[in-house]
Design a protein around this ligand. Sequence first.
Ligand code: 39S
Ligand code: ZN
Length: 772
Amino acid sequence: MKTNVLGYPRIGAKRELKKVSERYWKGAATKTELVEMGKQLKLSNWRLMQQAGIDLIPSNDFSFYDQVLDATLTYGCIPARYQKIKEKESKLDLYFAMARGLQNNEFDVTAMEMTKWFDTNYHYLVPEFTANQKFELFSLKPINEFKEALAHNITTKPVVLSPVTYLLLGKEKEEGFNKIDLLDDLLPVFYKLIEGLVDAGATHIQIDEPCLALDITDKDREAIKKLYKELASKFSSLKIILTSYFDCYGDNLETVLQLPVHALHLDLVRCSLQLDDVLDAANFKNDKILSLGLIDGRNIWKTNFEDTIATVKKVESKIGIDKVWLATSCSLLHSPYDLDLEQNEETLPASVKQWLAFAKQKVDELVTIKKLVTGDTSKEVAAKLLNNNRAHSTKKESSVIHNAAVKARVSLLTANDSERNAEFLTRQKIQKDQLKLPAYPTTTIGSFPQTKEVRSWRSKLKKKELSLDAYNELIKQEIEETIRFQEKIGLDVLVHGECERNDMVEYFGEKLEGFAISSFGWVQSYGSRAVKPPILFGDVSRPSAITVKWSAYAQSLSSKFVKGMLTGPITILQWSFVRNDQARSTTCKQIALAIRDEVVDLEQAGIQVIQVDEPAIREGLPLRKEYWSTYLNWAVESFKIATSGVADKTQIHTHMCYSEFNDIIEHITSLDADVITIETSRSKMDLLNVFVDFKYPNEIGPGVYDIHSPRVPTLLEIEELLVKASKLLPTDNIWVNPDCGLKTRDWPETKAALENLVAAAKTMRSKLEKAY
Ligand code: 39S
Ligand code: ZN
């Protein structure tokens, strides 16, 4: 029986890679320093797994930015706009130009598009294909990393992204071809890569094929059959580990079981039922090893040893111990590094910590379970089992988890609790009378630039170098400046700027009951950016108001309306580490009730416009369509629970990013927010069409400038977008706002862009006046 780790986190236990990358991009660190940091991080991961006794240690799971972008370089699929950079710059600088765009005296190119990696909070860079796409083995990273480990006497298992999944994750940039038809051109390059790995001494290769967790077409399945058949005939002694994760093989199982691979990996955390499907399948010939993904790579709970041992024994009795591997469910990329670093009892008490395992602890779990299954009778291993049992038995009854009042409140919810009093058209009239905003009202999405200075106050507060009073005073000043700034440039609905928040989810986790907060539990979000998801371990409630003080203060400064800003229940659920001992729908409703109380308190404090953000609603969708409606029903209900406690005159806004709304527009509509702001500027308003076609009845703020780029949009560009929107939507329903929050931007570009935004809205208004 082997232990198999699918991938390891790579940003460094204390985000070392972030720090050196950002310095390198600014010109403050050398390429050598950056590359050396990469080497150190890889080596320390390999050593850790080797010393723990892991049998299959991954390589090529490291990345300076993103593993899909790495594959783009490996397969030489460089979009034409980077051709000049490719000729003149190093591969690493070309790579960063593709990841981040490049603007200097010589070059001006945009970055590749980013999107969510399956249903995770990780973003990958989307490959771009043209009809005549050419491929070449351009970067030898997988081979070099294998050799790098070998030089330290560590034989690794290279992890490569399958050419089929690679194509399916990419985007056709021209009409008239199907990306999967590019496979014939890509395969020779892929085989050359595999040959290079085999020549370097690789015996096992993990081929990641996560498209097998999605609904794919027969044509895609044929492509997969062809790939593995050819691989087996070309590399007969190579041991291929076919790896998919995040969901069941489902409809693809029959295909998968025919493939001539050495081992088949099963994500048994996300889909435990598929184990029996595989063992009972008519075409399961017991010719493959099963890699049992029983250690959760996406969450931070300790594995239940007893349950895991029982599963392994069951499989063993059917197919024999030599056919069973024990594995992480997916790459540990989505886990934080090391629980041992957590020493802050106040934010992460021992009572909760005893239930947790981060990446390093998960490696130890794998090895321990292997020992337990293979008859290790040492005292040390027996003690670990005892501890594990104890931790799990305390969980069922623990008073820090279970709160009867919260459970009762959820069970007493009625349909009434998720409906506003009047329907939208009535509310709209009341709100127009109440708010008296001009046509094309302007607003922002909520956050203003989070400067280094603001972050340093929080860092000093944590280190007790700044008192809470002094910190609050600084926050108040920052809010006042933000309000004055917005008044000066003439925005209509203001925001307080959210400078008091480290993150839109972690901040609420810190204030709600039922959450714990780690100190170093960082997980890569994209490139050098990371998030620290709060740990939702117990029933959720709100001990006291969270944002009211700041919003009320901001409102007291201005005669204009200040919008209250909250994160919605679905997004808090989706971007936290969530308990696995109760249905997510129940947990989501608990959060919804806490947010509802906050919404009501904001209204009580005189806030008339309240935004409840739900950027994660789409990525929460199950990977397979058959489960969508169940999810959407409780997600929509949760949002409505959170937002329906207010009077009709109170205007509820929501905001969503990653706006592919085509297939969920009906549910977006049923959220019944008075105003929705969405990301549309990159697509030049194309994303609006779905709202238009569906005759979306409520008000919309289609984003008119791309905040993910420092570039300042011109007045004319914004006006053009608004003219386009005004032809598609009733004037009464249009808002004017940026694409998303401004927290990653700097002040100068923010000011310039918002000035143009306000000017464009004014131009639109004057056109209206002329028309009447
Ligand atoms: N998921 C979540 N949870 N939140 C989101 O906003 C998003 N947005 C999308 C999708 N998923 C999300 C992703 N976008 C960042 C920006 C955009 C993102 C995701 C992450 C981001 O900038 N993250 C920061 C980073 O990687 C960390 C944010 C944070 O928690 O740098 N900041 C802390 C704060 O403001 C500071 C943490 C820190 O770096 O308090 N402290 C320094 C340290 O510990 C000291 C600070 C200093 O003195 O400068 O060394
Ligand atoms: Zn957004």
